[in-house]
Design a protein around this ligand. Structure first.
Ligand SMILES: C[S@@+](CC[C@H](N)C(=O)[O-])C[C@H]1O[C@@H](n2cnc3c(N)ncnc32)[C@H](O)[C@@H]1O
Length: 320
């Protein structure tokens, strides 16, 4: 089922609901707010988490939008319609609306509560229905509801679709001639503490990455239409009939000492890891995680002076 919504006339406050969670340590959020296979995580419950993570990377998202603008004809002048596919709460979509003032931006997602939040954010930023709308779409079934666009951005969403090549093919077909498709899937996993933190076995982050990688593979295997493919994104874009025009990596580098928002995000990510991957983690690593998550522990991630937030995402762009 699909439906199109427009921004409410009045701005509303920050939704901030839900528990800031993260589907894995390595930078992936998982499962669906709708009834596909997989882990069936409640996306709506991840609203605060996705929104905070977006806000922590606002400078990078702005850099991305500006880079993409430079890849379009006339520095974005011809861009009339922008899609953010798998938009979540619409942080990136809001940035695109700012950086492409002549375009209407459409946030597309399968989770209605996340789209509500995207509309609230847009209204608070003064973006009316001429500038910002949403489309509720369960993909891949509802690809037809997307319409045509001059620029399509999709970040960490294609990996939630079983057949990633098919998803790119369909996104490519939704582009107008000369339009640009930009996909962000891989990058670098989060680093957030030194190798040796004076607690437990050194190297916790790399062990969390390893568990997350296995979990990610299992998650993908359960998706409808699951198909494995070499995740060479420029090549996949080429096979979708597009011409790759560049790949760029955007680094988020928040050094210690961290502010409260980044600490909240680390706490949320680690809680998520603790919750979802407990069975696959060693006892000593679970104890370390518990100490990092315990607000009463001297090791709590909320006050450790050595906590930082370092990660990166790679964007692959291709033109029709
Ligand atoms: C990891 S979040 C990414 C959000 C945002 N693009 C970002 O990079 O932070 C994945 C998003 O894709 C949406 N999603 C997952 N599977 C979907 C599907 N089959 N159809 C439509 N949306 C889906 C989720 O609701 C969620 O908002």
């Amino acid at each position: 089922m699909t439906s199109e919504r427009q921004a409410p006339a009045a701005a509303s406050g920050h939704g901030g609901h839900g528990q800031g969670n993260h589907g894995g340590h390595g930078g992936h959020h998982h499962s669906h707010g709708h009834s596909h296979g997989g882990e069936d995580i409640d996306w709506a419950a991840m609203a605060a988490h996705l929104e905070r993570e977006g806000e922590l990377t606002l400078p990078e998202l702005t850099g991305t939008a500006r880079w993409l603008r430079g890849l379009t004809a006339g520095e974005g002048a011809g861009v009339r319609r922008v899609l953010d596919v798998g938009s979540g709460p619409g942080v990136a979509a809001g940035v695109f609306a700012q950086e492409f003032p002549g375009a209407q931006v459409v946030a597309v997602d399968g989770s209605a509560p996340l789209l509500e939040r995207a509309l609230e954010r847009a209204a608070a930023a003064g973006l009316g229905p001429d500038r910002f709308t949403t489309v509720a779409a369960d993909l891949p079934e509802d690809f037809g509801a997307l319409g045509q666009a001059d620029l399509i951005w999709s970040s960490r969403a294609v990996h939630h679709l079983g057949d990633q090549q098919d998803a790119l093919n369909r996104l490519a077909r939704a582009l107008r001639e000369g339009g640009l498709l930009a996909i962000a899937e891989d990058g670098l996993p989060l680093r957030f503490l030194p190798r040796d933190i004076g607690l437990g076995r050194p190297g916790l982050a790399t062990r969390l990455d390893a568990v997350n990688a296995e979990w990610f593979t299992a998650m993908r295997a359960e998706l409808p239409y699951a198909a494995t493919v070499v995740e060479d994104w420029p090549e996949l874009l080429r096979r979708a009939g597009l011409t790759p025009v560049g790949s760029r990596t955007f680094l988020t580098d928040l050094p210690a000492p961290l502010g409260p928002a980044a600490r909240d995000q680390l706490h949320a990510r680690l809680s998520r890891t603790r919750e979802m991957m407990a069975d696959d983690l060693a006892e000593d690593d679970l104890r370390t995680l518990d100490a990092l998550l315990d607000d009463d522990s001297p090791h709590t991630i909320r006050s450790r002076p050595d906590a930082f937030f370092l990660t990166a995402y790679t964007v692959h762009a291709a033109v029709r």
